[in-house]
Design a binder for this molecule. Structure first.
Ligand code: ADP
Ligand code: MG
Length: 345
C-alpha cells in the first residue's frame, strides 16, 4: 500500500469511527430521555392543615397547580367544619338553640355519611361527641378530668339520634353538639384526590393528612406505594413503624390514642370518646382501616375504638374496610383480608 493510500484509509476509517461513536452517544441520550419520560419526577409539599402535618406527593405536568389547589381546598374544609371557628357552618348549627339551619350540599353529604356510619356501627362512631370533647377540654387544650356527675349530665346531650335533617336544613335536639373531627379529614383527602384527577387524569401520587392517606395513582404509573403504619408507642423524634402496606389505589386511615392526649396520675386520656360511657375509649390504642374512600376509612378507624376488637374483626370487612388493630397489651390483630395489602403486587 502506498503511503498516500494508507493515509486515506485511516482518514476514512476515522470518519466511520466518529460516526459509530456519535450514533452510540445519540442512542444513549435517547434511552436516557425516554426513561426520563417514563419515570416522572415527584413534587413534594408539606404544610399544616387540620392541626396536623399534610404531605402532598404528586407527579403531573400541573403538579404545582394541583398542590396549591389541594392545600387551598383542605384549608377551606378545615374552616368550614371546625366547630370552634365562629365562621364555620358547624359552629352555626351548634349555636342555633335547636333551630333549623340551612346548609349546602357538601355539609349534607358529610353529615349524612357521618350519620350512616353512626347507624351501622350502633353509635360507636358518633358525630355528636361535641359535648364530651368540650367537657374534657379537647376543644382548647385545657384538659381536665370531669366529675362523674358532669359526665352523666353531658351524656344527656350525646347521641346521633339528636341530629335531624329535613331537605337542606339541619337542627340539633337536646343540646347536642356536632363534631365531625372523626371524618372531615378523610373527606378532605377524598376531595384532594378528585382535584388532582380533575387537573390531570394521569396524575399519580398520594396525600397524607396526618395518617389519613389517599392514593392519587400508583407510583411511576404502575408500582405500589409503600406505606408504614406507625408504632403507637413510638419514641420521640422517631418515625418507627410496626407494619408496612402496599397500595396502588384506595385509602388508609389510622386513629391512635397518641394523636391527642394528656396524662394524669400516670393514666392516658385521649381524644376518641366512648359515647356510651363519656370517657375516652380503652382497650385499643391504634386502629388502621383500608377502604376505597378515605372518609370511610377515617370514620371506621375511629369507630373501632368503641366497637372493640372482636366485633371490629368481624364487621369492618362487612362495612367495606380491612383493619389492623393494636390493643393495649401491644398485640397486633388483623381482619382476614388485611394480609393482601402486606405484600407487594
Ligand atoms: P385524628 O383526628 O387524630 O386522625 P380521628 O380520626 O380518630 O383521629 O378523630 C378523632 C376526632 O373525632 C376527635 O378529635 C373528635 O373530634 C372526634 N371523635 C371523638 N370520639 C368520637 C366518636 N366516638 N365518634 C366520632 N367522632 C369522634
Ligand atoms: Mg377518624
Amino acid at each position: 500500500m502506498r503511503k498516500k493510500d494508507f493515509e486515506t484509509f485511516v482518514r476514512e476509517r476515522r470518519w466511520s469511527w466518529i460516526l459509530t461513536y456519535t450514533f452510540i452517544a445519540i442512542l444513549i441520550l435517547m434511552v436516557f430521555f425516554f426513561s426520563l419520560k417514563r419515570v416522572p419526577g415527584y413534587s413534594i409539599k408539606e404544610s399544616v392543615v387540620f392541626g396536623t402535618r399534610v404531605k402532598i406527593v404528586v407527579s403531573s405536568k400541573l403538579a404545582g397547580r394541583i398542590i396549591e389547589a389541594i392545600l387551598q381546598d383542605m384549608r377551606r374544609i378545615d374552616r368550614k367544619f371546625d366547630p370552634y371557628d365562629e365562621r364555620s357552618v358547624i359552629y352555626r348549627i351548634n349555636n342555633s338553640n335547636g333551630e333549623w339551619v340551612e346548609v349546602d350540599n357538601e355539609v349534607l353529604f358529610v353529615l349524612k355519611k357521618a350519620l350512616y356510619f353512626a347507624e351501622i356501627t350502633g353509635g360507636a362512631f358518633d358525630p355528636t361527641v361535641g359535648v364530651l370533647v368540650k367537657l374534657w377540654g379537647f376543644n382548647d387544650g385545657n384538659y381536665r378530668i370531669p366529675s362523674d356527675e358532669e359526665i352523666r349530665d353531658a351524656l344527656k346531650h350525646v347521641g346521633y339520634e339528636n341530629v335531624e335533617i329535613s331537605g337542606n336544613k339541619v337542627r340539633l335536639k337536646n343540646g347536642a353538639l356536632l363534631d365531625l373531627g372523626g371524618i372531615a379529614k378523610g373527606y378532605a383527602v377524598d376531595r384532594a384526590i378528585q382535584i388532582a384527577k380533575r387537573y390531570d387524569q394521569k396524575a399519580t401520587g398520594f396525600i397524607d393528612a396526618g395518617g389519613d392517606i389517599g392514593i392519587i395513582g400508583p407510583k411511576f404509573g404502575g408500582s405500589d406505594w409503600v406505606i408504614g403504619i406507625r408504632n403507637p408507642r413510638y419514641k420521640e423524634n422517631s418515625d418507627e413503624t410496626i407494619d408496612v402496606v402496599y397500595m396502588k389505589d384506595g385509602a388508609i386511615a389510622t386513629s391512635g390514642d397518641y394523636e391527642r392526649y394528656f396524662i394524669k396520675d400516670g393514666k392516658r386520656y385521649h381524644h376518641i370518646f366512648n359515647p356510651k360511657t363519656g370517657y375516652p375509649s380503652h382497650g385499643i390504642i391504634s386502629a388502621t382501616v383500608i377502604a376505597q374512600s378515605c372518609a370511610d376509612a377515617d370514620a371506621l378507624a375511629t369507630a373501632i375504638f368503641n366497637l372493640g376488637l372482636d366485633y371490629s374483626l368481624m364487621y369492618i370487612p362487612r362495612f367495606g374496610g380491612q383493619a389492623f388493630i393494636v390493643t393495649e397489651d401491644s398485640k397486633i390483630h388483623r381482619t382476614k383480608g388485611f394480609g393482601y395489602f402486606e405484600k407487594p403486587h
